[in-house]
Design a protein around this ligand. Structure first.
Ligand code: HAM
Length: 419
């Protein structure tokens, strides 16, 4: 047997209703906030991600699916979508049409991570980006959108953690202070954190190692190194969040796995998820456009939600989604009546009534059993007598009542009953 690749997941028919529900909710709430969808390629030139996500990040160093294609170009399956959005905005000059863009996207992403509950190598994200505003109301708007989606999905318990990484100047100053503090403790740090200390010191703050935690909890706080501009942005954002009733918890050690962030960063956590507890995250990226050889910075902010993790949360909350059963089963007692069966089934479908019939020429008894199993509301039965008299027999599957009626009237009856 050939099985699927480790870290990928088949979404089977019985799981689809929850996905449809999530996808419909994402579309509806995005439109409510005036966001427009953008669909981007599954793969990009490797440099799109290398440049933006950061050479020192885990994603670029260890997790990208990168290959050389037959034309000799280095290609990467997208590990995230913000970089692709920025690439597309610049390529199509979208900001010349409108100086502020509200965009959303949805689709599969690829990261070569160690698979575990809620962590896959192919997973799905919904994301939204506001491109072109540096003001705190854009931060609030993006969090209002995220919150509205989460609530509309029915996720009842979660925590929004926020922090500010400030502007580049503040971040560099903090980085220096943090490195000198961590160096004093480098012997006590885990191997992974020691490695990060050399390459990407802020990420040490993300360590889950219990020994590291003690060192982290005594480390200098980034807030104390933010310059006036950065502090003002952070404080105004927090004030507005409170005004709009968005609950959050400040977490001064929140750093994100991607390097392009500045100022506000945030994560949504759920206790239903175990160790991979973040079902969404995002932040500002005021300095990202210049990484793509754009002359001016375009201040922007966005977030993404992990759909598989949302499915896990909804399932642990015991919310059940069921696919609607077909409404009508057309049964026959002789295969020579199949043309009539097809004609009737097709007529009902034209009126929007979902209809199925047997494709294996089984006995009438087996067909009726199947109709019952499929949970249809009505079964039409076509036999010799019905064909001769241009009628159909209709069985109500709820109460078992059955009657015979002229074909056209029978179809009208079903349309009235089932529409
Ligand atoms: P991220 O935090 O890397 O951010 O991913 C966002 C969410 O995607 C995570 O919170 C998680 O729910 C889900 N996720 C990430 N990796 C996996 C995985 N291996 N398996 C399952 N789910 C996963 C970003 O990707 C940024 N582009 C978000 C953003 C948009 N920032 C600004 N704009």
């Amino acid at each position: 047997m050939i099985s699927s690749v480790r870290g990928t997941k088949d979404i089977l028919p019985e799981e689809m209703p929850i996905w449809y529900f999530i996808e419909k909710t994402l579309q509806e709430v995005s439109s409510l906030f005036g966001f427009k969808e953008i669909r981007l390629p599954i793969f990009e030139k490797t440099e799109v991600f290398q440049r933006s996500i950061g050479e020192a990040t885990d994603v670029v160093r260890k997790e990208m699916y990168t290959f050389v294609d037959r034309g000799g170009d280095s290609i990467t399956l997208r590990p995230e979508l913000t970089a692709s959005v920025v690439r597309a905005v610049i390529q199509h000059n979208l900001l010349s049409e409108s100086p502020l863009l509200r965009l959303w996207y949805y689709g599969p992403l690829f990261r070569y991570e160690r698979p575990q509950k809620g962590r896959l190598r192919q997973f799905h994200q919904y994301g939204a980006e506001i491109i072109g505003s540096s003001h705190p109301e854009a931060d609030v708007e993006i969090l209002l959108l995220a919150n509205s989606i989460i609530k509309k999905l029915g996720i009842s318990e979660y925590t929004l953690l926020i922090n500010s990484l400030g502007n580049l100047k503040s971040r560099l100053k903090y980085r220096e202070i943090l490195v000198s503090y961590l160096k004093q403790h480098s012997n006590e740090l885990s191997v992974e954190s020691r490695e990060r200390l050399g390459k990407n010191p802020l990420r040490v703050l993300d360590s889950k190692d219990p020994n590291d935690l003690e060192i982290i909890q005594n480390s200098p706080l980034i807030y104390d190194f933010l310059d006036e501009e950065s502090k003002e942005h952070y404080n105004n954002t927090k004030m507005m969040l409170k005004e709009y009733g968005i609950s959050f918890k400040e977490y001064p050690y929140l750093v994100r796995g991607l390097d392009y962030y500045s100022h506000t960063v945030f994560e949504f956590q759920s206790s239903f998820l175990g160790s991979q507890d973040a079902f969404g995250g995002g932040g500002r990226y005021n300095e990202l456009f210049t990484q793509f050889s754009q002359k001016n910075d375009i201040p922007s902010i966005g977030f993404a939600l992990g759909i598989e993790r949302i499915v896990l949360i909804l399932e642990s909350q015991g919310i059940e989604f069921k696919q609607e059963n077909p409404k009508v089963f057309v049964a026959y007692n002789d295969s020579k009546f199949i043309p009539k069966v097809l004609e009737i089934a097709q007529k009902l479908r034209e009126f929007g009534i979902s209809t199925i019939f047997d494709l294996q020429r089984r006995s009438l008894k087996a067909q009726l059993k199947d109709a019952n199993k499929k949970g249809v509301s009505y079964t039409i039965i076509i036999g010799e007598e019905e064909i001769n008299n241009q009628t159909i027999s209709i069985k109500n599957m709820q109460d078992g009542n059955q009657f015979t009626i002229e074909i056209r009237k029978g179809i009208e009856f079903l349309i009235n009953e089932l529409k």
